[in-house]
Write a protein that binds this ligand. Structure first.
Ligand SMILES: Cc1ncc(C[n+]2csc(CCOP(=O)(O)OP(=O)(O)O)c2C)c(N)n1
Ligand SMILES: [Mg+2]
Length: 560
């Protein structure tokens, strides 16, 4: 006989999630989370995407949040399910992405009473303490009202100020607790900040006294929804601009004043632009070591620096500035747009273009490569002109993509920035494609594919329009490059003792119908016949690149 069903806390959370229009809940099942998932399924309003590893659930929720601008939801069971989420939680924390992680926990009766006891319940684990340092807040509710508060507050908190993940750990008995169906819903407080007048006038003074101002754009611009404001500011002022890894899709790349991608592996000419500027205005960028290089004194030499960041702790971080403005990018740009200013940057820009012509990206590689990674990336940009964007993993291929993919207006570029976690691209592209079912291109190395290959099945199961592009150089190239430079060429575990399966057969086994292997320029050109625009089905493309291809240029003195 069917048990009569009331309205449980799990039902409440399912309703809450549905009302927030989140594109999907990403999960892998387990007893302690099964009531939650069952409630969402019974309500039938939010798609449930079943992935193959909880880490993938977290990365997919991150991809979904980045694309939809609605916080993502990832769920896992207690114990190993919860620990498998940790890498993705850290990724959201460092890259400021709002995701609500919900873990099931054992029945409160089974929880250990004494912290010195290792474990009491089966799969009991203190995920709250483990995730405290990589979340904005963890919630460890002990009663139904505390669960209600956690979901309300957690939802708001992950989006407020500097965004980031929260984790709510809910014991299985609380999930089933019956509650009234009327519950309070609170909305996100939108505290509008302003820029103090003295800071604005200091900004103006620095700007007017500069000869070669340059904007350095980070991921914060997109996070504060300020891409249009930035475009206006750039066309009004004529200030040239460069981008960080996470800023690549915050800027228009189709503008003469765009001077490229900076950083340890940045375009040579973009780093030259930073070096030759006398006023650097960094907006929404942490100026971390991958952007500035190890030698901070070289980065700051000969210039004034203005930093705009929502997080005061970043402003007092590694790079000090002449003017630090604690503000989100959109508030700052709105205020800055009121300033009447126009610079003539034509000489500066033409000097930088001259460097670009002398040191083009393609020629950073040795000339005997059959497939130059820059040529591949440029080709992909033209092949996937109509795609919604690129989701890129971690390694040499990531840097090749950042250096050479040309983004059209509105195209996105997602990658694991602060954490730099291999295995990001496939699941994040699943999240992106669920949030916006238009065509996406996932670019990943052969090593990264092996961390996430099971998600190929998720892609075909849900028929997601993703072109999976594997850059196969038969190695963990980024680390091999580091070993070549620092370990007399001993390639332990990266080229030596490393192997790949037959990726073509692997993709077919996972149900990919369109599969191709490209090892020459001619085969690259023939791809146009295989690929339909826009991408409307799973495609698997493998590009063979010589192990001698390097991520270059590279600032000296940097780690891998
Ligand atoms: C989870 C994780 N483990 C290890 C690393 C260190 N790491 C950075 S890049 C890289 C190699 C990536 O190999 P592959 O996907 O083949 O990319 P390639 O560098 O060859 O383009 C490794 C092992 C990492 N970033 N993330
Ligand atoms: Mg590789």
């Amino acid at each position: 006989m069917q048990k009569k069903r009331g309205y449980s806390l799990a039902d409440h959370i399912a309703k809450f999630i549905a009302e927030k229009n989140t594109p999907a809940v990403f999960q892998l099942s387990g007893g302690m989370i099964a009531f939650m998932i069952d409630a969402i399924a019974r309500l039938g309003k939010t798609p449930i995407i079943n992935v193959r590893h909880e880490q993938a659930a977290g990365f997919a929720a991150e991809g979904s949040a980045r694309i939809s601008r609605i916080p993502g939801f990832a769920m896992a069971t207690s114990g190993p399910g919860a620990t498998n989420l940790l890498t993705s939680i850290a990724s959201c924390y460092f890259d400021s992405i709002p995701v609500v992680y919900i873990t099931g926990q054992v029945n409160q009766k089974e929880l250990r009473k004494n912290p010195n006891q290792r474990q009491n319940g089966f799969q009991e684990l203190d995920i709250c303490n483990m995730s405290r340092s990589i979340t904005k807040k963890v919630y460890n509710p002990k009663s139904a009202p505390e669960v209600l508060n956690a979901i309300n507050e957690g939802w708001s908190l992950c989006q407020e100020g500097r965004q980031g993940p929260v984790l709510i750990d809910i014991p299985i008995n609380l999930q089933q607790e019956q509650i009234e169906s009327d519950f309070p819903l609170i909305s996100v407080s939108t505290i509008k900040s302003t820029i103090p007048l003295n800071e604005l006038s200091e900004f103006k003074d620095l700007l007017f006294s500069a000869k070669h101002p340059l904007l350095l754009i980070g991921g914060g611009v997109r996070l504060s929804n300020a891409t249009e404001l930035l475009s206006k500011f750039i066309s009004k002022t004529g200030i040239p601009y460069v981008s960080t890894l996470l800023g690549l899709d915050s800027v228009s790349q189709e503008n003469d004043n765009y001077l490229g991608f900076i950083g340890s592996y940045g375009n040579r000419w973009a780093n030259a632009a930073v070096q030759q500027s006398d006023l650097l205005i960094a907006i929404g960028s942490r100026l971390d070591v991958r952007q500035t290089g190890n030698d901070v004194s070289k980065f700051v030499a000969g210039k004034r620096i203005i930093r705009v960041d929502i997080d005061e702790h970043e402003l007092s971080g590694r790079i000090s500035s002449d003017l630090a403005i604690k503000s989100d990018a959109s508030t700052f740009l709105e205020a800055a747009l009121a300033i009447e200013y126009k610079c003539d940057s034509s000489l500066f820009v033409s000097r930088i273009r001259e460097i670009e012509r002398s040191y083009p990206q393609e020629l950073e590689q040795q000339s005997n490569l059959i497939l130059n990674p820059t040529v591949i990336m440029r080709y992909l940009s033209s092949l996937f002109l109509e795609s919604s964007g690129y989701i890129v993993d971690v390694g040499q291929h990531q840097m090749w993509a950042a250096q050479s993919i040309r983004l059209k207006k509105g195209q996105r570029f997602l990658t694991s920035g602060g954490l730099g976690s291999m295995g990001f691209a496939l699941p994040a592209s699943i999240g992106a494609a669920v949030a916006n079912p238009s065509g996406w291109v996932a670019i990943l190395g052969d090593g990264c594919l092996q961390l996430s290959a099971a998600e190929l099945q998720t892609i075909t199961q849900y028929k997601l329009p993703i072109a999976v592009c594997v850059i196969n150089n038969g190695q963990h190239g980024m680390v091999a490059q580091f070993q070549e430079e620092n370990m007399d060429g001993r390639l332990t575990g990266t080229r030596e003792g490393f192997s790949n399966p037959n990726f073509q057969e692997l993709a077919k086994a996972h149900g990919f119908k369109k599969v191709a292997r490209i090892s020459t320029k001619e085969e690259l050109e023939e791809l146009r016949c295989l690929v339909k625009n826009p991408i409307d089905e799973p495609i698997f493309l493998e590009f063979i690149v010589d192990s001698q291809a390097k991520a270059l240029p590279k600032m000296s003195g940097n780690r891998e």
